[in-house]
Design a protein around this ligand. Structure first.
Ligand SMILES: [Zn+2]
Length: 413
């Protein structure tokens, strides 16, 4: 088999992407029409499985956490393409220019709930695999590509509430450990090589209940919490700093007590949203916070995040999602740049996300090299303007089709 010039192959792949654009857009329309809030993804998973069969995947299945999966190739080295099917919930439908579940195309823009987060990403990776499969049929074995690697496409569940939990289940419960992970979250066709992490911490004070008419007989847990809240806010400015991500931060986001308006409250609890830089651990976060709140009589813990999959499986786990950063020189980054350069003649910018993704598990916990690339734009994520540019969607599919060839060429042997 003669070695194909990457740019020549890129030309064929871009042409295939245009030819398949109609099918890809129709798949995205169907996905947007299906309501798929976290934990209720089954109809979207089934629609994705149907598309994975239609594009000719060698294997199509649903794993125990209810993720939609399709594989092409039979090689031992696994590239996992991940994008999630669950969406953020609509806060106020009246703010939307079009009904959120009724996709509308204006010019080359498709509007609809989840378009930017993350259903266009799902359409990009499914059609990346579809184009790769077609390319294989036209050009033969592409340097033995599918003997050395497999591409697994994952329409993931649970990302909005518990990013990484469904991916962890695929790896640790179902035993599919990828060699690299590509995340089709919003990057506007640039590369992302890391993210800040996040963590929830609960801080609690205890007092003693008494009738509100005789408060001197009790001990008011809310009053005990006041200096604790100030101290938690005061930690900003002395949290760990990272040269790429800057400083972490924390915000007191909720406060609770007993629902008895005529009693001195016996307890008070606040939730703290903490944003992490790579390297921070659950222990290091708790140690820092405890050193500040325990002298004020409060206790701190990381709560369990309750997670129920649409298959009925419980995946509860600590609400801790570590940050991560892939070195700029990693073969994944250089293969991503080579792919874009072959397709469009320029190397894309390489940056990091401020929000958290399924990479919190793949890179942050499992240490699997992880890279982000998607057609969606971050400014539309979780907004009433939710949309994706269909031209960028076609480009992203082409990138996902060519990437395995560029990546395979960087591997020794
Ligand atoms: Zn997302």
């Amino acid at each position: 088999m003669p070695i194909l010039d990457l740019r020549e192959l890129a030309g064929h792949i871009s042409a295939l992407s245009e030819i398949m654009a109609g099918r890809q857009a129709r798949f995205l329309v169907d996905l947007i029409r299906i309501r798929s809030y976290t934990g209720q993804e089954r109809p979207a998973v089934e629609r994705t499985l149907e598309e994975l069969r239609a594009i000719g995947c060698d294997d199509v299945w649903m794993d125990s956490a209810g993720n939609a999966l399709g594989r092409i190739g039979r090689g031992p080295r696994v590239l996992l393409y991940n994008a999630h099917l669950d969406t953020n919930e609509v806060a106020d439908e009246r703010e939307w220019p079009h009904p959120p579940l009724e996709p509308v195309v204006e010019g080359d823009t498709m509007f609809g709930l989840g378009a930017s987060d993350c259903k266009a990403g799902v359409a990009a990776i499914v059609y990346g695999a579809a184009i790769l499969k077609k390319t294989f049929e036209v050009f033969g074995d592409l340097e033995g590509l599918f003997e050395s690697l497999s591409v697994v496409v994952m329409g993931a569940t649970l990302e909005e509430d518990a990013e990484g939990f469904a991916l962890r289940s695929l790896v640790e419960r179902d035993g599919l450990r990828p060699d690299v992970v590509l995340l089709a979250e919003a990057t506007d066709l640039t590369l992302r090589r890391g993210q800040r992490g996040r963590c929830e911490v609960r801080v609690r004070t205890e007092g003693r209940a008494a009738h509100a008419s005789q408060p001197h007989l009790g001990e008011n847990a809310i009053l005990k919490m006041l200096p604790v809240v100030s101290a938690l806010e005061g930690m900003n400015g002395s949290l760990p700093v990272d040269p790429v991500f800057g400083a972490g931060n924390q915000v007191v986001t909720m406060i609770e007590g007993p629902h008895t308006p005529n009693s001195v409250p016996s307890w008070c609890e606040v939730a703290v949203d903490r944003r992490l830089v790579p390297g921070e651990t659950a222990e290091s976060v708790l140690t820092g916070i405890r050193s500040v709140v325990e002298p004020l009589g409060a206790r701190a813990r990381i709560p369990e995040q309750p997670v129920l999959t649409h298959t009925g499986l419980r995946l509860d786990g600590p609400a801790f999602y570590p940050g991560w950063l892939l070195p700029e020189t990693d073969p994944l980054v250089t293969a991503g740049q080579a792919t874009a350069a072959a397709l469009w003649g320029t190397e894309p910018a390489v940056g990091v996300w401020r929000f958290s993704t399924d990479g919190a598990y793949s890179a942050g916990v499992a240490g699997i090299p992880t890279l982000g690339f998607g057609p969606q734009e971050e400014k539309y994520v979780h907004t009433a303007q939710d949309q994706v540019d269909l031209g960028k969607l076609r480009k992203a599919a082409a990138w996902y089709a060519l990437f395995p060839v560029a990546y395979n060429r960087q591997q020794p042997g």
